[in-house]
Unconditional design. Structure first.
Length: 89
């Protein structure tokens, strides 16, 4: 990747990362509303919630964030390549 291409791709990558984080948070909250026993996401410091609820929420959150992050980054890279005709890596 040339210096010019890297200078163009860096802000695109940052923007897609931020949007991906926002999207992942929304997706996770929607998933948790369907699978959790309570609508609120359990906090690790909330001792009134069960250990299993906290661990399940953390596992689901990690999986959702990883999936959304990879999807958004992949879409951003493909979009960059279609516009610039050069791979972002």
């Amino acid at each position: 990747m040339s210096v010019k291409s890297k200078a163009i791709y860096t802000p695109v990558s940052l923007a897609t990362s931020v949007l991906g984080g926002i999207l992942a948070g929304l997706v996770f909250k929607g998933v948790w509303k369907r699978v959790g026993d309570d609508e609120s996401v359990p906090d690790a410091n909330d001792l009134s919630r069960s250990v299993w609820a906290v661990l399940a929420a953390a596992a689901i959150q990690g999986a959702v964030f990883g999936l959304v992050k990879a999807s958004v980054e992949r879409a951003g890279a493909r979009g960059y390549k279609s516009v610039m005709h050069e791979s972002p890596t």
